[in-house]
Design a protein around this ligand. Structure first.
Ligand code: HNI
Length: 147
């Protein structure tokens, strides 16, 4: 069971309430596919991922990035039970999609970078610590049903 301080709770909720999912989601997934090109192998049905320009302009990447952000928002709304919130998604990524769980960390890091770029100076070290703690719990919960 993860303990959250009031500061962590408020910070995470605050960051998410201000994020434009339609912008941040696509940017995050695109960045992951560009920086870690081996992650592209899971998106074989997404069409043209030939280079960075193609990835950034790919509507399926954009749509899926938004889906991921909405899914993260579910964790924000269930901060005391992220593990159960992601039980089904964990099974899906493990048994159906066969996504190597180390990739969850890569996507989480890309999200942190995109958020930092959007928030600029407002994204203090303490806020980053809270945000990354949240993402670490998400990553661990998504990886829970792997065996
Ligand atoms: Ni992920 C589908 C959430 C990381 C590959 N993923 C989903 C769906 C959600 C989701 C929600 C839609 C499920 C459904 O249709 O029922 N994925 C998340 C979250 C994270 C994450 C919250 C991490 C923070 N997924 C990743 C990573 C990869 C990944 C890192 C691969 C590198 N996910 C997929 C693939 C699909 C997917 C592939 C199916 C996409 C499709 O539409 O075909």
């Amino acid at each position: 069971m993860v303990e959250w301080t009031d500061f962590e709770r408020t910070t995470i909720q605050d960051i998410f309430s201000k994020l434009d999912f339609e912008v941040v989601g696509p940017k995050t997934l695109a960045r992951c596919l560009i920086v870690y090109p081996w992650t592209q192998r899971y998106f074989g049905n997404f069409g043209n991922l030939y280079n960075a320009t193609a990835i950034m302009g790919n509507p399926m990447v954009a749509k899926h990035g938004i889906t991921i952000l909405h899914s993260l928002d579910r964790a924000v709304k269930n901060m005391d039970d992220i593990r159960n919130t992601y039980a089904e998604l964990s099974v899906l990524h493990s048994e159906k999609l066969h996504v190597d769980p180390s990739n969850f960390n890569l996507l989480a890091d890309c999200l942190t970078i995109v958020v930092a770029a959007h928030m600029g100076k407002a994204f203090t070290g303490e806020m980053q610590a809270a945000f990354q703690k949240f993402l670490a719990v998400v990553v661990s919960s998504l990886g829970r049903q792997y065996h």
